[in-house]
Ligand binder design. Structure first.
Ligand code: ADP
Ligand code: MG
Length: 698
């Protein structure tokens, strides 16, 4: 039976009980699912170490040698067994704390030792090593690379550890040897020099040497990334064939706003507006991502595009991720629209809009008298019905999931979907954008408005607290305002809140002469807004906050951003925070405060922040400096299929090649109708069904 259809219950070494656990813990149902549990690391069992070659605490080693002697000390639970082990040149100590009574050693006998060294009193020893009498060592044990599989606590409790996984997967080796049908076509395999599926699965689970294991992993990663790209590109092609609302006119409202601006648009803003207008008049639905660093002027671009739609007789909306941001957009846009007050009708709808306030809004949307609606998720509610919604702008998209995007598309009554413009201020590296926003066309505002003084970034360790305070005092005396931000990894984490409150008290003590506000995610929205407003109106000089102020807040007079425990923030987050200052005419500063002792990685991250203000450079560095698998969950949520082996942070090159391969196919055969593309179409169908099931479960 084909592996994709074979229930794991009937796989060797599994049975009903283990099958249940595997289903629950890993979502593994079929033999093929099992084969997609790829090892997360390998240990080289072909290499034998000498004791004096051991130099790293984290690397498993194996050593051939003899037990010299041993002794037990203590009694009962405190009993401990130590032995001396020699390879003929040096001696190392072996230690057992647990199960001492089961350890059987024979002095003078040769063993194969396998284990991870640890350091004790400046010397290496081995705690609980595996010892196999040399006479029992089989060739397989010391051949090639030993794969290690991820397991959960619950699995381990029932003995389903990495070794057990290895045995289960080994049970499938005969099937593999018989050959499995490939999931990629020969055309792509050849052009991109990829291993066949059968060989790849064998080499990834039973590797004999590193190069073939790596080629196998590359093939399997490529495949995952390829199907993601194929899906995204097909989706993009399909949508581009969707009819779109046609908006050819550049009308009076657009021109009125344009003429009333106190500054000229940057070249980048103009180019991006042209690109968007090109989409709006094309007759096809727009699905575009607008990327631009903080402060690059995306909001104004969005507004001008809304006016293009309004001039063509359509309604528009702008959706923001938080209420604070929605309010702020509303205020900003209203100010811009002042000169057009009689010509454009703008409204605000958020979670705290009362029922009474809602009624006229609902009416205005239905009768078409509201032109631009600003809001939060509240815009997605079923009660919000439009007369003729023509353009949807989604701000800070990374906070919204794809599911919500889809919901927006379904909003319109007609068969013709509104145009979609997604804006993000998070400069994400190109290869990541290809995946997370891979179904969108991309426009980039790569130029800041002129006359901005770059924010100056300084990195202080904690003992320079006194000079930090001095600096703050000087700035406030010159009339500036100060942000102080504390990390909050989880809004519910008590210690983080404690940290923030302590900080707030410290600042109150250090600056009795100033007024200080505090905001954090656990506060009621109303109190939070109240505190923010006080700061915005200049009634308080210092705002102590968690990352709730990360996006969108605009207080031009605030020229200093102080980031406490800066080592606990990601680079893009630091960059976002820094973007809160540098909005006025004054020289702005960003102070990164960290503890004194920093890891190499953290030091590098701080150095980059100090060295550059370029969001894209920072995003790239961020990706490089993060450990694999560290990508934040929201980015992952844009990915159509689950990844088993590829890594969006570290496999950038493969992403590019996979996209190219997918692009070549889609260019020739947009809907995958050709006979020789059947393999891809079929596989996509399977993956789509699986991912629906999968997202349905979790
Ligand atoms: P973003 O949303 O991209 O972070 P904003 O739209 O908030 O940036 O713009 C930041 C500030 O720059 C706003 O005060 C805005 O009015 C101003 N601005 C926008 N475009 C220009 C321009 N071309 N020249 C000068 N100032 C601009
Ligand atoms: Mg903005």
């Amino acid at each position: 039976m084909e592996l994709a259809y074979r229930d794991i219950t009937y796989c060797k070494n599994v049975g009903a009980k283990r099958a249940d656990i595997l289903r629950q813990e890993l979502g593994v149902k079929t033999a093929l699912d099992l084969l997609q549990q790829y090892p997360y690391k390998y240990i080289d069992r072909s290499r034998f170490y000498r004791i004096d070659e051991v130099e790293d605490e984290d690397t498993y080693v194996q050593i051939k040698g003899q037990i010299m002697d041993w002794k037990t000390v203590g009694i009962g639970k405190a009993q401990r067994l130590t032995a001396r082990f020699t390879d003929g040149v040096s001696v190392v100590e072996l230690v057992w704390f647990k199960g001492v009574q089961y350890v059987k050693l024979q002095a003078g006998m040769t063993y194969l030792l396998f284990g991870k060294p640890s350091k004790f009193n400046h010397q290496f020893n081995f705690v609980h090593p595996d010892l196999t009498p040399w006479s029992k060592v089989t060739p397989e044990m010391t051949q090639g690379l030993e794969p290690y599989y991820n397991t959960t606590e619950k699995m381990k409790k029932t003995g389903l550890n990495s070794k057990a996984m290895r045995q289960i997967i080994a049970g499938l080796l005969p099937d593999l040897r018989a050959g499995v049908p490939d999931t990629m076509g020969m055309d792509v395999l050849q052009r991109y020099h990829l291993m066949g599926l059968t060989e790849a699965l064998i080499s990834v689970h039973f590797p004999t040497n590193t190069p073939s294991m790596q080629r196998a992993r590359e093939r399997l990663k490529f495949e995952e990334l390829f199907y993601i790209q194929l899906q995204l590109l097909r989706q993009m092609k399909r949508r581009e064939q969707n009819a779109g609302l046609v908006m050819p006119i550049v009308g009076s409202r657009f021109h009125m706003l344009y003429r009333s601006l106190p500054f000229a648009l940057t070249g980048a803003q103009q180019r991006v507006i042209r690109e968007i207008h090109g989409d709006l008049k094309s007759g096809h639905q727009m699905n575009r991502l607008l990327q631009g660093d903080v402060g690059s002027g995306k909001t104004l671009v969005a507004l001008l595009c809304c006016l293009l739609a309004v001039d063509n007789g359509y309604q528009t909306c702008i959706m923001a991720p938080t209420e604070i941001l929605a309010n702020q957009h509303y205020e900003t846009l209203k100010a811009f629209l002042e000169p057009l007050a009689n010509h454009v009708n703008i409204a605000l709808l958020t979670g705290s809009t009362t029922k009474k306030q809602r009624e006229p809004i609902h009416e205005g949307l239905l009768d078409g008298s509201i032109d631009i609606l600003i809001g939060t998720h509240a815009l997605l509610e079923d009660t919000v019905q439009w007369r003729n919604l023509g353009l949807v702008v989604v701000d800070e998209q990374h906070r919204f999931g794809v599911a919500q995007r889809a919901k927006l598309w379904n909003k319109s009554h007609s068969d013709v979907y509104p145009h979609i413009l997604v804006m993000t201020a998070t400069p994400i590296p190109r290869t990541l954008a290809m995946t997370v926003y891979g179904d969108l066309r991309v426009s980039v505002i790569d130029e800041l408005p002129p006359g901005r003084k770059p924010v100056q970034t300084l990195h202080y360790s904690l003992e320079r607290r006194a000079s930090t305070y001095q600096f703050i005092r000087k700035q406030i005396n010159e009339g500036r305002q100060i942000y102080v931000v504390y990390p909050l990894i989880q809004e519910s984490e008590k210690s983080d809140l404690q940290n923030l409150e302590n900080g707030f008290n410290e600042f109150c003590e250090a600056f009795p002469e100033y007024r200080i506000s505090m905001v954090h995610g656990k506060m009621k929205a109303k109190d939070k807004d109240e505190q923010m407003m006080r700061f915005q109106r200049g009634e308080t000089q210092i705002l102590v906050a968690t990352t709730v102020i990360e996006v969108g807040v605009n207080v031009p007079n605030a020229s200093v951003m102080i980031i406490e425990n800066a080592e606990r923030f990601g680079l893009s987050q630091l960059h976002q925070l820094r973007g809160r200052v540098g909005r006025g005419a004054d020289q702005s500063y960003c102070l990164l405060l960290t503890k004194t002792e920093l890891s190499k990685n953290t030091r590098e991250r701080m150095d980059i922040m100090v060295a550059t203000n370029d969001g894209f450079r920072i995003a790239d560095a961020d990706l490089k400096l993060r450990g694999p698998g560290d990508l934040d969950g929201t980015a992952q949520s844009g990915v159509p299929f689950e990844l088993h082996i590829a890594n969006l942070s570290t496999d950038g090159l493969l992403i590019e090649r996979a996209r190219q391969a997918a692009q070549e196919i889609i260019d020739r055969d947009p809907l995958l109708e050709d006979e020789y593309n059947r393999i891809y179409k079929r596989r996509l169908d399977i993956l789509r069904t699986e991912s629906q099931l999968w997202t349905g479960i979790s």
